[in-house]
Design a protein around this ligand. Structure first.
Ligand SMILES: *Cc1c(COP(=O)(O)O)cnc(C)c1O
Length: 403
């Protein structure tokens, strides 16, 4: 086989479909978020970032940066091993305590990323629990799908946020057959929210475990930033709460929280936990500081919601196709991969606004979109500029206004 030709052909496929990914080469500016430099082919330009998952700008929070610097000076760069072999640093233990406190669970367990946490926990349940059936929401994130695919157990996909469909699928199995329902609290491409209470009721009725991905909600919802489960008074009903330290908490890493026994089980059997070097202690220190900070700063969450609501209102008023999000995500429908990329390119070239196009397979074909994420640090002037830029680009390409 001509391997290079094969690789080139597959890349050509993506380009022909208009969904070849081009990364913006950014240089973030601590203290100036959401401003950044964009290293483009024709030089370095100032841009305003409107699609970051650093939802609250915690990636530049002075307390977080101080904690990181302090821990680097004290402990050095890397962790020095896997958790079992010389790689458990006291900072890891402190972070796990902080996360268990956040979710009011007995324990928590940290991973190199949220992707690893989902992949490892779900695959370990699927491999280890005899006869397990995993019921997975149709819109679940790739990290959950990969974890589930890695097992040989039976899997069933239920309609997105569809309680009737979930019930029908749960009822098809004997009550004593082990089951696990895997879903997200907040789906980050549409900005819709799961009926958590209803799912927990069904799981109870049919004897299923519950596994929730709160990646796009931790730090952002609930009085202390524990997520939508906290906001909705359901936190104690979930068997596994999974989250990330990389989005609202602004650092990197992932985790699960739940009972001491469940965490010990994944700690002891989860390959992605056991065989990977633990995170640098300075990363753990920064993440812990961020989690603790956001427990105390509800005003950031309020401002975040206000910014998102204001942007949605302003875009809708101009007739722009804002999709029906009930959260901080502001998705604007384009519906075509080539035009979506073109809109993104024009925002950057003509207006120094950076919004990455979201194409298949991240979203379904025909629902390609610009996914805008306002933060508390986007000013009124930033928003004026964005609204004017989008209006210009929509006119320039002749994009559809209503659905
Ligand atoms: C980003 C994301 C993850 C992975 O988290 P990382 O910490 O970025 O690896 C998991 N689930 C969902 C829903 C995500 O969007």
């Amino acid at each position: 086989m001509k391997y290079e030709d094969f690789f080139a052909d597959r890349i050509k496929d993506l380009k022909e479909e208009g969904r070849y990914r081009v990364f913006a080469d950014l240089e973030r500016k601590a203290g100036n978020f959401p401003a950044a430099f964009n290293h483009a082919e024709d030089g370095v330009h100032d841009v305003t970032v409107w699609c970051s998952n650093d939802y609250l700008g915690m990636g530049q929070n002075p307390e977080v940066l101080d904690a990181m610097r302090e821990a680097v000076s004290r402990c050095g760069a890397g962790a020095g091993g896997t958790r079992n072999i010389a790689g458990t640093c006291h900072e890891h233990v402190l972070l796990e305590r902080e996360l268990a406190d956040l979710h009011e669970t007995e324990s928590a367990l940290i991973f190199g990323s949220g992707w690893m946490a989902n992949m490892t926990a779900l695959s370990t349940f699927g491999i280890m629990i005899p006869d397990l059936v995993i019921l997975s929401d149709f819109h679940n994130h790739n990290s959950m799908i990969e974890g589930i695919r890695h097992t040989k157990c039976e899997r069933v996909i239920f309609g997105h946020n569809d309680l009737d469909d979930l019930e029908a699928k749960l009822a098809a199995y004997p009550k004593d057959r082990p089951k696990l329902v895997a879903f997200e609290s907040l789906y980050s491409m549409d900005g819709d929210i799961a009926p958590i209470e209803g799912i927990c009721d069904l799981a109870e009725k049919y004897g299923a475990m519950t596994f929730i991905d709160e990646v796009h909600a931790v730090g952002l919802y609930g009085e202390r930033g524990a997520g939508v489960c906290e906001r909705d008074g359901q936190m104690h009903r979930l068997d596994v709460i999974q989250g990330t330290l990389a989005k609202a908490f602004g650092v990197v890493g992932g985790y699960i929280a739940g009972s001491a026994m469940m965490c010990d089980f994944i700690r002891s059997y989860g390959a992605g936990f056991i065989f990977s070097t633990s995170m640098p202690p300075a990363v753990a220190a920064a993440a812990r500081t961020s989690v603790a900070y956001l427990k105390q700063h509800n005003e950031l969450r309020e401002r975040h919601q206000e910014r998102a609501a204001t942007l949605k209102r302003r875009l809708r008023k101009l007739g722009l196709p804002v999709m029906p999000s009930v959260s901080h995500i502001v998705p604007v429908l384009v519906g075509d991969p080539v035009q979506c990329k073109e809109a993104s390119d024009l925002l950057m070239e003509r207006h120094s606004v950076y919004v990455q196009p979201i194409n298949y397979p991240t979203v379904q074909r025909g629902t390609e979109r610009l996914r805008i994420t306002p933060t508390p640090l986007h000013s009124d002037a930033d928003m004026d500029h964005l609204v004017q830029a989008i209006t210009d680009v929509w006119q320039h390409i002749g994009l559809k206004k209503d659905f």
